[in-house]
Design a protein around this ligand. Structure first.
Ligand SMILES: O=C(O)CCC(=O)C(=O)O
Length: 312
């Protein structure tokens, strides 16, 4: 019998020990300078979140899920794969792994992630969904330039955050992400698709925004490091020209209190219609949108000394 891990009420592994006191929490806190950089530029990268043991468990369990016949596949919200023969040749994008394998369930409660996300959102938050992106070596696929929130208007208000975690070193050779710094101030643009034409978004940009692309930066990270970005940050990733894989896992969260804005006629529904539904106007919550950090969290009593986006 395959179990839906999303229904589990506790951690399933020993991979992510939870802090027992203020000192253990504070080791994860981002400096004021880093929080300010995120607020001003819309992103922060090279944040260390995963150790070798955690990486190994995540990579092993990702390899199992890449097989389209794996147990638990029915719990994914979306599952896109080129279904190639060999595991390291599969181009893979899927949402919902937290319900399918224990390391991807427990990573949501990684204290290093929860502390940083609290600081960058400035409030308690819930899981929206997770994502896996795996690009094989020498693979020509891209993730076209986009803003995450253009896919998420079925939830409102916009109070969302993306955490992208490298399971391999990611660099310009193997198809790392790129950001356009400050683009989180552009407002919400029309969505123009994720696959195919990398530059499709240019059709909906002003000439000034097009020239801002000259300032784009590669989001190079080591395995175990994360990049956080604002829901309006313009980002995408180019082909993998190297002989190395480029695997990543993401956590997407929103502030506790975000409500469903999902139209009954499906006009703003997510890609595949397999996401747990919340009626329009009702608060996003319940077992499939678990509270990852309570707004009352005191971090062992030191909340005031932890800088958030509300303070900088
Ligand atoms: O991993 C990638 O290549 C793309 C990631 C992405 O689009 C995202 O973080 O929203």
């Amino acid at each position: 019998m395959v179990t839906d891990l999303g229904l589990s009420k506790s951690l399933l592994t020993e991979l992510f020990p939870q802090p027992q006191n203020a000192e253990e929490w504070l080791q994860y806190a981002l400096s004021e300078e880093k929080v300010r950089q995120f607020k001003e530029r819309g992103y922060l990268h090279k944040v260390s979140l995963l150790n070798e043991r955690q990486l190994e468990a995540l990579r092993d369990q990702l390899a199992e899920m890449v097989d389209p016949e794996h147990e638990g596949r029915e719990f994914f919200y979306e599952y896109h794969s080129n279904e190639s023969e060999s595991v390291d040749q599969v181009l893979f994008h899927a949402l919902g792994a937290w319900r399918v394998r224990p390391a991807f369930h427990d990573i949501l409660w990684n204290p290093a992630f929860r502390m940083a996300a609290y600081q960058l959102l400035g409030s308690g938050f819930r899981l929206f969904h997770d994502q896996l992106f795996s690009k094989p070596a020498k693979h020509g696929s891209v993730v076209a330039w986009h803003q995450d929130y253009s896919y998420w208007t079925w939830t409102t208000p916009m109070a969302h955050l993306t955490c992208w975690m490298g399971l391999d070193d990611a660099d310009t050779e193997n198809g790392c992400m790129y950001y356009v710094p400050d683009s989180h101030r552009w407002g919400l643009l029309e969505k123009t698709g994720l696959a195919g034409d990398m530059d499709a978004v240019r059709e909906v940009l002003t000439p000034e925004q097009v020239s801002d692309f000259d300032n784009k930066i590669p989001v190079e990270v080591k395995a175990g490091e994360a990049a956080f970005h604002h829901p309006l940050m313009m980002h995408g990733s180019y082909e993998n020209c190297s002989d190395r894989q480029r695997r990543a896992t993401l956590i997407n969260v929103f502030a506790d209190g975000v409500v469903s804005n999902r139209e009954n006629d499906g006009t703003n529904a997510p890609g595949a219609d397999n996401y747990p539904r919340v009626p329009k106007g009702a608060q996003m919550g319940g077992e499939y949108y678990p509270l990852l950090l309570d707004s009352d969290e005191t971090f062992g009593g030191f909340t005031e000394s932890i800088p958030t986006v509300n303070d900088v």
